[in-house]
Unconditional design. Structure first.
Length: 91
């Protein structure tokens, strides 16, 4: 993905390159987190409490990692974890 910024200085061109790289990396990591959450939700919808619990245990460190990297807000991750956990307990 190439930036459409018309940078006039070497510094601005470098910043544009760095932003493109970071944007792609962040998008990939956000997608990874969403995949893990989707697996938990699929197990919940299937009604399999054991599988949902296992998937949730795998998803938690990934979500926490996204918070530490600054990709997702900590309150958003806390909300995801809380809702998933309560849905698992309701099974």
């Amino acid at each position: 993905m190439r930036s459409k910024v018309l940078a006039n200085s070497a510094q601005a061109r470098k910043r544009a390159r760095q932003n493109d790289i970071r944007r792609e990396r962040n998008a990939g990591m956000r997608s990874k987190m969403r995949t893990f959450v989707k697996r938990v939700r699929a197990a919940i919808e299937a009604g399999d409490k054991a599988k949902a619990t296992e998937e949730f245990k795998l998803a938690q460190p990934v979500m926490d990692s996204m918070v530490n990297k600054g990709i997702v807000n900590k309150n958003a991750v806390a909300r995801y974890k809380s809702r998933l956990n309560s849905a698992i307990k309701a099974l």
